[in-house]
Design a protein around this ligand. Sequence first.
Ligand code: ZN
Length: 74
Amino acid sequence: MSLIKKELLDILACPADKGDLREIENISRLECLKCGRKYPVREGIPVMLLDEAEAPIAEGKCEAEQGKDLKDNM
Ligand SMILES: [Zn+2]
């Protein structure tokens, strides 16, 4: 049983990078497919706030490299 309606998932996006989200039903989270942040779902309502998001497990340099790429592109 899905917590979130598929139509809702389709219009939601990660506030950090507009990435697509997937539902992780057993822990009531929406995970961004791009950055791996996990957003809580409270009483069926996804909380799409960076402040509320669980950061992805740090894999060392990953995030630093993304930041560097961003700056290089600017
Ligand atoms: Zn994201």
